[in-house]
Design a protein around this ligand. Sequence first.
Ligand SMILES: Nc1ncnc2c1ncn2[C@@H]1O[C@H](COP(=O)(O)OP(=O)(O)OP(=O)(O)O)[C@@H](O)[C@H]1O
Ligand SMILES: [Mg+2]
Length: 275
Amino acid sequence: MTTAASPGLAGPAAPATPATATQPSRSLVIRNLVKAYQPGKPVLKDVSLNFSTSEVVAIIGPSGTGKSTLIRCVNRLVEPSAGAILLDGIDLVKLRGSELRAARRRIGMVFQEYNLVERLTVMENLLTGRLGYMNAFQAWLRRFPQTDIDRAWDLLDVVGLQDFASQRADALSGGQRQRVGIARALMQQPQLILADEPTSSLDPKTSVEIMTLLAEIARSQDIPVIVNMHDVELARRFAGRIVGMSGGQVVYDGPPAGLGDDMLRQIYGGQSWMQ
Ligand SMILES: Nc1ncnc2c1ncn2[C@@H]1O[C@H](COP(=O)(O)OP(=O)(O)OP(=O)(O)O)[C@@H](O)[C@H]1O
Ligand SMILES: [Mg+2]
């Protein structure tokens, strides 16, 4: 079913090998996370979750329940009100400045609207994923090391876009754009991928292809891939674990098989929408 091969990931700049006894395990631990945009009106209410296995975890829940807020708190696009977010044991909530930037580089982000630079080529979009690793002078000159360029070619192979390297992003279809977005996230050699509705702008077939690619990446990179999504059937099909949120709290955390109609009613409320 999958078209995504992984040999390209074994290049010289490939990520470290999976955790061993001497390395810290790759884990994200969210502990008692609270976010209130307005004082006294928390959007996230004491959310605790552990992610440590290399699998796709789908976060589902009704609109406005705090799924995007949760993901944005993890990479600190949104400032948490209380709680801890431990990436390999380091609390991201306490980091500032260069330490925060370094931690952010370890988290790959994938967005619904791709967030590509439209007037740049596919290759240039990938290489911008490395800007955070370069000194200011190199970045200003866009003088990318050969290892980065080699890695970008490898990743374009992984996402099936080698023939599109010199195309401008604005000439690509939605599915192709999302592949570029995923490859760009992988350029950072992330320990974790957070994807906020990566398939919501795509047709059903392309959505399946993108989820297939994300599942393959979780395996080949040995990292958790956490995906906010609205399509429950797609979540069941591709996620090893589903987190159901309602009213800013986790109400289900388990395998797709345990997500029955009663639980879906609890997550989404009512039942008029169910067939
Ligand atoms: N920057 C912000 N300032 C104030 N309130 C916000 C902000 N961002 C989100 N909210 C509010 O927080 C709540 C949760 O929003 P969030 O975007 O996290 O939900 P979501 O589960 O991702 O929804 P959707 O499925 O529609 O994407 C909503 O009530 C929203 O209006
Ligand atoms: Mg959202």
